[in-house]
Design a protein around this ligand. Structure first.
Ligand code: AP5
Length: 187
């Protein structure tokens, strides 16, 4: 079977993590969430975690060179041979271009980019209800602003490559997953 090399895209709270958990129950591929990697590094107080915390606490993006380096290391691991699912990466055009270069070097072409589309007005309430450390009103406002600005060029980038599949993520979680399954099974 062809490797399933996926990117999950969407604004904060769009449901990337929620759908990723469901996807890995059915498609046994590693779930690579840059947000989870940063949170683990922050919990362990590593040098990278302490550096990332400065940005995450303000709702800013962690600098591209740090994030790209982490993803490159992770995608070089042997468990990504049969596929992988990136969640929350790439988030900038610089990251998208770096991903393209590293996947070329690793000979692991992207299969698809799944974009969970949710109107930003719905997202703050979802995030506040979840209540993670970076889910406070001020940080959410900035995270949404920063990500909205970055998201449109990424959508265009993957649309132009014919890789983008956009799903209406404002519906019930299981309905969103049913659409996700349909797309993944057709790949
Ligand atoms: P990250 O952890 O990726 O956070 P995020 O993008 O803000 O995304 P979330 O995890 O908050 O949202 P999600 O789309 O996964 O939604 P979820 O499924 O959890 O990144 C954290 C920080 O790390 C960033 O702010 C940045 O600083 C840094 N970072 C990470 N990657 C980076 C990168 N590439 N470059 C630079 N910096 C980076 O759902 C949210 C809530 O909504 C849950 O409670 C869920 O139950 C609920 N929900 C989900 N789907 C639905 C639905 N359909 N209906 C109703 N509720 C729903």
């Amino acid at each position: 079977m062809m490797a399933l090399n996926l990117v999950l895209m969407g604004l904060p709270g769009a449901g990337k993590g929620t759908q990723a958990e469901k996807i890995i129950e059915e498609f046994a591929i590693p779930h690579i969430s840059t947000g989870d990697i940063f949170r683990e590094a922050m919990a362990n107080e590593t040098a990278m975690g302490l550096e990332a915390k400065k940005f995450i606490d303000k709702g800013e993006l962690v600098p591209d060179d740090v994030t790209v380096g982490i993803v490159k290391d992770r995608l070089s691991q042997p468990d990504t041979e049969a596929g992988f699912m990136l969640d929350g990466f790439p988030r900038t055009l610089v990251q998208a271009e770096a991903l393209e270069t590293m996947l070329k070097e690793l000979n692991k072409p992207l299969t698809a980019v799944i974009n969970f589309d949710v109107d930003p007005s719905l997202l703050a309430a979802r995030l506040l209800a979840r209540g993670r450390a970076d889910d406070n009103e001020e940080t959410i406002k900035n995270r949404l602003e920063v990500n909205i600005k970055m998201n449109a060029p990424l959508v265009d980038f993957y649309q132009a490559k014919g890789l983008l599949h956009t799903i209406d993520g404002a519906r019930d979680i299981d309905v969103v997953f049913a659409d996700t399954q349909t797309i993944l099974k057709a790949l």
